[in-house]
Ligand binder design. Sequence first.
Ligand code: 7PM
Length: 264
Amino acid sequence: MGILNVTPDSFSDGGVFFDRAEAVAGAVRMAQEGAAIIDVGGESTRPGARPVSVQEELDRVVPVIEAIAKEIAVPVSVDTSKPEVMRAAVAAGAGFINDVLALRADGALEAAAALATPVCLMHMLGEPRTMQDNPRYDDVVNDIRAFLEARIAACVAAGIARVRIVVDPGFGFGKTLEHNLELLRRLKEFAALGVPVLAGLSRKSMIGKALGLPVGRRAHASVALALLAVQNGAQIVRVHDVGPTVEALRMYAAVYGDKENRQD
Ligand code: 7PM
């Protein structure tokens, strides 16, 4: 899953994709590099970020999704928590809903059920403004798995088919460096939920904390983390650097016997 930010204030590529033509070019490039999904987001979830109005998010995201869906065959995902944005994005051609609030906003569960797209349910402790203030868990994996299990149950009760649900432990969303590292080491334990796992580690501050690297120098470590996530059972990795990540994962597939991905 390639990340396409259309926020003017996103932490790692601020403003780069804010221009519509550039956004489409970015999506086309990620598709050429092997992305299977393009994730379009218009609301910064940066810790401390200012909330974005429905209209502002619609204005950022809908024209870009429409343009991308016309241009490429790769499915488009919308990174949003707002039911109005979910509906408009799907009408514009999005086929996947990626929600960092796991459909907990008013009306989101009903909107997603009616739209009948696949959904990604992500765990976040608290809210973006305060989530990094001393996050605590009894057991980080068990606590997050219980949360995701409850959200899966809520989705199924609302009429969302289990086969359309993906879960995500939400790296960096209310987690210390130690929490993030333990989640990655124990990622296989989320397989017990019986749905695919998505991992978003690309350029995150856990790399900054572990290696002392600024956001512009986190690409190599991000590729390593994506590979580790896949080795530990992730079916989808959400990344900025699609080309290098696809090469690493194709090499992994070649080593572990996926003949389709060999060029001989
Ligand atoms: C500022 C802080 C800007 C954090 C952007 C971010 C995930 C996601 C994001 C994730 C899923 C980023 C995040 N992260 N959706 N949306 N999983 N499913 O680093 O980890 O891209 S936004």
